[in-house]
Write a protein that binds this ligand. Sequence first.
Ligand code: NAG
Length: 354
Amino acid sequence: MISSCRQTVNKQFILTLSIGVTAGFMVAYVLLTPEAIRRIDFHTSSEMANLAGPTMDPGEHGIEEEFHQMEDREVANKMYNKVRILCWIMTGPSNHEKRARHVKNTWGKRCNIILFMSSKEDDTLPAIALPVGEGRNNLWGKTKEAFKYIYHHYRDKADWFLKADDDTYVILENLRFMLLPHQPSEAVYFGCKFKPYVKQGYMSGGAGYVLSQEALRRFVEVGLTNSTRCSKKNSGAEDVEMGKCMEAVNVVAGDSRDSMGRGRFFPFVPEHHLIPGHVNKDFWYWQYIYYQSEEGMNCCSDNAVSFHYVSPNQMYVLEYLIYHLRPYGISFHVEMPQELQDAIVGIQNKNSTR
Ligand SMILES: *[C@@H]1O[C@H](CO)[C@@H](O)[C@H](O)[C@H]1NC(C)=O
């Protein structure tokens, strides 16, 4: 009696166990389809819409420690004053807390001026309320209003004007280094160049793009005043409309690659570019990119400027990897670039004639 009872229990137990194991495998199989695995590497804004960022403030990484004291920031500091960059971040009321705040806490600190463009004011960021609606159908309208606002209030306060999304991560020092040989008076803009729709190409919106002072002037004064040059609608693909408009006012779509031909602006997260075969060869990106570019570890410039679809958590990860983690015993020395030497030579000449 006892033994048969135990047998029944054992049978039930094994049955339950095997159902559980089978169900477990089935759930895992459904969740881990290639599609689900790819989700970790985002390709559209809607995939990122419900991502939760840090709920507690990650705080600051102290730079008082010995290791950071050994850093020489002279070139970066000089570039900060010589190549002044105003960053404006495309955001919206539902993303002030979720995303914009984390841009401000991380890479946004290194812009000479940072502005958050929204449709609702927010003193904590602070965000500017532009007279446009929210949503994808207003992105082009919002971009025009943002650049108009900047032209009217800030055109002399910076040399270059960067548009980035609230899920773009930007390495400002590398952007300044790329722009250093160029003048703000050149009619040029830089970003991740795409091939279709516009003859000279256009810059991906998500990877961010940067306009010279002259490009900004032409955009607002020559472009926005004439609807044949720049579309009057609020809708349309923001980056394509911008590209058409820039071409119409003779602003050159610049080449942002480094001396080795490697890209600097990227429309996806580093993982997407570094790991070959992350997406198949018929993925739209390969038809869109203007310059041949490699997949794998050789994809990206050592002076990369931007990555897109960076989750709020990843902003802090990149911040740590780029600005704090260092392999002990390897130091890095840069020559003072020629463009930054002029001021020093000027002072020396003055001294030697004394
Ligand atoms: C508007 O731009 C078009 C194309 O550049 C040009 O042909 C036209 O003369 C311009 N109109 C005005 C009023 O400036």
